[in-house]
Design a binder for this molecule. Structure first.
Ligand SMILES: [Zn+2]
Length: 269
């Protein structure tokens, strides 16, 4: 039988366990469904949010979970963390280790953190999480902020043993090329609709559609037309629209390719 697949999107990076969604998660999921956003990967940033992601994945068929320790929380890493995350990952709906990575932004600025993890502490945590992903045979979701050289260096040393995506990509083509050369994927958010994102839009022109995934990173990074408001998974369609304009391909083509890639990357049927 020959039938046309209906258009469908996957939001590959959301934080629906954050307090911003406490009062209207049902409404948020309903709007996602109406916008054909059929699956959502909810991503942990520490032990608590990893557990909450698993809770959401257990309760909502369209939600899947990623568990891991974000560089902001690198100091949380103690002997109990890995066994606990391994326990969470026994559930089939845990589809990735994330988000993990390196974030040097606050190392250089005054911050809300009384004690922000040093470069060395972040690298230690990142490598622990990469080792965990290998052990669990799961792909990784990588957060990289002002840390491109170290990110590439470390991912290079894991090349061939771990599948990964660099999420919330906001770099130039030079960085994109290094990611692609390592066989990794690139995921983009609503920030590609911002005025200041020329470099990233230029990069997207050259990144093969087959290496791209889309995400909201909600509640953050609302697309330009909703700027200032809380972001939510339904808005991932705006990210797809922007890619279709940048790459001059149909929206259908963007949806089809990014969805297919996301399903195979996270091993979801
Ligand atoms: Zn995130």
């Amino acid at each position: 039988m020959n039938f046309k697949l209906t258009i469908m999107y996957i939001d590959t990076h959301a934080h629906l366990d954050f307090p911003e969604f406490r009062d209207d998660l049902g409404g948020v999921l309903g709007r996602a469904r109406n916008a054909e956003v059929k699956k959502i990967i909810n991503v942990g940033i520490d032990l608590d949010t990893s557990k909450k992601s698993l809770y959401l994945a257990r309760h909502y068929p369209e939600i899947y979970a990623a568990v891991g320790i974000h560089p902001h929380s690198a100091l949380d890493l103690d002997l109990e963390v890995r066994p606990l995350l391994t326990g969470y990952a026994e559930n089939k709906k845990v589809v990735a280790v994330g988000e993990i990575g390196l974030d040097y932004y606050y190392l250089k600025r005054s911050s809300k953190y009384s004690r922000y993890p040093s470069r060395e502490e972040q690298i230690f945590c990142f490598e622990q999480m990469l080792d965990l992903a290998i052990e669990l045979r799961l792909p990784v979701i990588v957060h990289a902020r002002e840390s491109e050289a170290d990110i590439i260096g470390i991912l290079k040393s894991y090349s061939g043993s771990v599948r990964g995506v660099v999420h919330c990509f906001s770099g130039d083509y030079d960085f994109a090329k290094k990611i692609l050369d390592l066989g990794l994927l690139i995921s983009v958010t609503g920030n590609i609709t911002y005025k200041k994102s020329d470099q990233t839009r230029e990069a997207i022109k050259k990144i093969p559609l087959g290496s791209l995934m889309i995400e909201t990173d909600c509640p953050y990074l609302s697309p330009e037309i909703y700027r200032g408001k809380r972001n939510e998974p339904a808005n991932v369609v705006e990210v797809a629209k922007e890619i279709s304009e940048i790459k001059k391909v149909s929206l259908n083509e963007v949806a089809k390719n990014t969805t297919k890639k996301s399903l195979s990357f996270f091993n979801i049927d």
